[in-house]
Design a protein around this ligand. Structure first.
Ligand code: AMP
Length: 284
């Protein structure tokens, strides 16, 4: 097993990455908010496979949470996360305090239009500005050759990919497939909020995703019909409350009426007080 380091200091991560680069080693980077599960682990494992050195960041970024969201209650367990990172072959964890990342007079933001104005951007108005700003900072700190993001957060992946292109960031963004529980529920740190009854009810998300995907595979191209069928399925679960179910162009995130290009079908659904997301994409 490799000897993994943990630091909360920007200077230390910079010095280490510089030293690796001087040796000609490639650096992979996996940004996370911690409370790691097999979804995160799949990203780390891929990064380990494709790079000489791997940095995992664990930072619950206050800037991407709205005032009524779960920043204070977001689950945290650095010891468990460290063990998982080390066992998966990561070389360094960056775990800064918010004060290390944001000076009291911080006032520089990365604010994207269009792609952030659909789907989760509508119900989480400050979210993607926080994500783009922190990911830019993390890229500037860790200077990775490659960065790994999950398809679980499909809109985030599209936004980061676009940001890197638009702002000429020197990093390759790599999307990784959704990892699910055996029964189909997409793995998420927020699944820990669910009571046993809610956990059962949450299965309705992946069921609706499978159903929508099968309709598309069977040749249905009318987005309204697909969304109506998925909505009906979700509404059959009394504990579920739909935030949105939408079909958008996979690149622009704009809603489309007909499936005539690569699409993202994404949903956010409350199970009790917990907001869960899931999606499928298709290249049809
Ligand atoms: P988070 O800690 O929730 O910010 O997630 C960190 C990274 O892990 C993001 O790129 C997520 O898309 C990815 N991720 C989270 N859950 C999953 C999952 N179930 N499958 C694949 N990737 C995931």
């Amino acid at each position: 097993m490799n000897f993994m380091k943990i630091t909360g200091k920007i200077d230390e991560i910079r010095a280490q990455v510089k030293a690796w680069k001087k040796e000609g080693l490639s650096v992979g980077f996996v940004p996370t908010m911690g409370y790691l599960h097999e979804g995160h682990q799949s990203l780390i494992a891929r990064a380990v496979k494709e790079n000489d050195r791997v940095v995992v960041s664990i930072f619950v970024n206050p800037m991407q949470f709205g005032p009524t969201e779960d920043l204070a209650s977001y689950p945290r367990d650095l010891d468990r996360d460290s063990a998982l990172c080390e066992a998966t072959g990561a070389h360094m964890i960056f775990h800064p305090e918010p004060e290390e990342m944001y000076a009291p007079d911080f006032c520089s933001y990365v604010d994207m239009s269009v792609l952030t104005e659909e789907l989760c951007g509508l119900s989480r108005p400050v979210h993607f500005r926080g994500v783009c700003t922190v990911v830019t900072k993390l890229f500037n700190i860790a200077c990775p050759d490659r960065a790994y993001f999950g398809q679980k957060d499909a809109q985030q992946l599209a936004i980061i990919t676009r940001m890197v292109r638009d702002l000429n960031m020197d990093v390759e963004v790599i999307g990784c497939p959704i990892v699910r529980e055996d029964d189909g529920l997409a793995k998420s740190s927020r699944n820990t909020y669910l009571t046993p009854t809610e956990r059962k009810a949450a299965l309705v998300l992946s069921k609706a995703i499978n159903f929508g995907e099968s309709l598309v595979k069977d040749g249905e191209t009318d987005c309204k019909k697909i969304i109506a069928a998925m909505t009906e399925l979700i509404e059959s679960e009394p504990l579920a409350k739909i935030d949105y179910i939408k079909i958008v162009d996979a690149l622009s995130m704009e809603q489309i009426p007909t499936i005539d290009r690569p699409i993202l079908c994404a949903m956010a659904v409350y199970i009790g007080n917990t907001r869960l997301i899931d999606n499928f994409t298709t290249n049809l």
